[in-house]
Design a protein around this ligand. Structure first.
Ligand code: KG4
Ligand code: ZN
Length: 337
């Protein structure tokens, strides 16, 4: 599907909503010509993303990343038909760097510009790659910043079926990992530790009381905190793998049970998953059989990236030069999921 563009038209997109500086070149037909991601490991030492540091690093990296994406695509700015960037939601300073840079690139060639919603981008990752899905389908996006279930009926929009009432699933992984003394970002570390543990060792809550298709992860985090406190430092260290496995199981079940509910409610039999948590092995295994077709994009399309923004941009009405120069970012946006 080429959206509003010709199949061979090239989209250059930037994504800087959090701590990854990303640029990608994608064709109207959805072929990824380049997808460059520069992760800002500088934040790991702080145990989380420091917004002001992120903005400054984006400034250092953005031109390098754009040049690299164009070089890998074998293209110049003159070959680009549309420039796009994430407009929101995200960290305000981080978003500003990407949006201003993209507007500048577009204006230099008087190219049209497409502002893209970050969450629409996560959904549009499913329209790319070898496992691409065509609407309608149910989409679970679970990352460090957002967790929501969507019904996707067309390429340009989605309907929110449910969202987290507190922490995002990735945030729950990160906070749990921290309680277990693991480094940031904790998801992959916790998954590794959990491999040697018994997932039924501790009965952590899966927010069964939260009705409908919303999520809540604050209870499981508190339960882990209390379990560690009750065990005491020595026993908690000795049983770290069991704690990790049980904690991970509770998060995976909370996600999977709502996905099953969403599929039953909508009557749809196709599922796409995205966001950094989609990299989690037990989650993938748990979801593998829940629908007739379960599409998991490759990891580099699940985590924040600019190819998904370029993908979404194909269905955003392009704004002609110079009408987009006054566009501003929206840090929280209409939907903060
Ligand atoms: O999508 P993403 O790269 O960035 C945003 O937050 O938007 O997601 C990062 C999140 C982090 O919270 C990280 O701990 C989590 O995804 N994550 C995982 C795994 N890999 C990344 N969580 C569980 N298991 C994993 N293997
Ligand atoms: Zn994201």
């Amino acid at each position: 599907m080429a959206g509003l563009l010709a199949p061979g038209d090239l989209v250059l997109a930037l994504e800087t909503s959090c701590d990854d500086t990303c640029a990608a070149v994608v064709s109207g037909a959805g072929e990824i010509r380049a997808n460059v991601i520069s992760s800002q490991e500088i934040h790991d030492a702080y145990g989380g993303v420091v917004p002001e540091v992120a903005s400054r690093r984006h400034l250092d990296l953005v031109n390098v990343v754009v040049d690299d994406a164009l070089r890998r695509a074998g293209a110049g700015l003159g070959d680009v038909a549309l420039v796009a960037a994430t407009q929101g939601p995200g960290l305000v300073g981080a978003l500003l760097v990407g949006l201003a840079s993209a507007k500048g690139l577009a204006a230099a060639r008087e190219l049209p510009f497409a502002p893209v919603d970050h969450l629409q981008g996560h959904v549009a990752a499913s329209f790319l790659g070898p496992d691409a899905l065509e609407p309608p389908f149910v989409c679970l996006v679970a990352s460090g910043g957002h967790t929501f279930l969507a019904r996707v009926d067309d390429h340009a929009s989605f309907t929110v079926l449910g969202a987290t009432l507190d922490d995002a699933a990735g945030e729950a992984f990160d906070k749990g990992a921290r309680l277990l003394g693991l480094p940031y970002p904790g998801g992959p570390h916790l998954e590794r530790l959990a491999r040697d543990g018994d997932r039924s060792a501790f009965a952590f809550p899966i927010a069964a009381r939260v009705q409908g298709l919303d999520f809540s992860f604050s209870g499981v985090k508190t339960a882990l905190l209390y379990a560690i406190r009750d065990l005491g430092p020595e026993d908690a260290a000795a049983r770290a793998a069991d704690l990790a496995a049980s904690y991970q199981h509770a998060i995976v079940e909370a996600l999977a049970q709502r996905v099953e509910r969403a599929l039953a409610q909508t009557g749809l039999d196709r599922l796409a998953i995205g966001g950094g948590v989609a990299a989690n092995g037990p989650l993938r295994e748990r979801l593998a059989g829940v629908a007739a077709r379960v599409a998991v994009p490759p990891r580099e399309l699940c985590t924040d990236n600019a190819a998904m923004i370029a993908s979404a941009a194909r269905w955003v009405p392009p704004q002609p030069f110079p009408s987009y120069l006054g566009l501003d970012v929206y840090p929280t946006g209409a939907r903060d999921l």
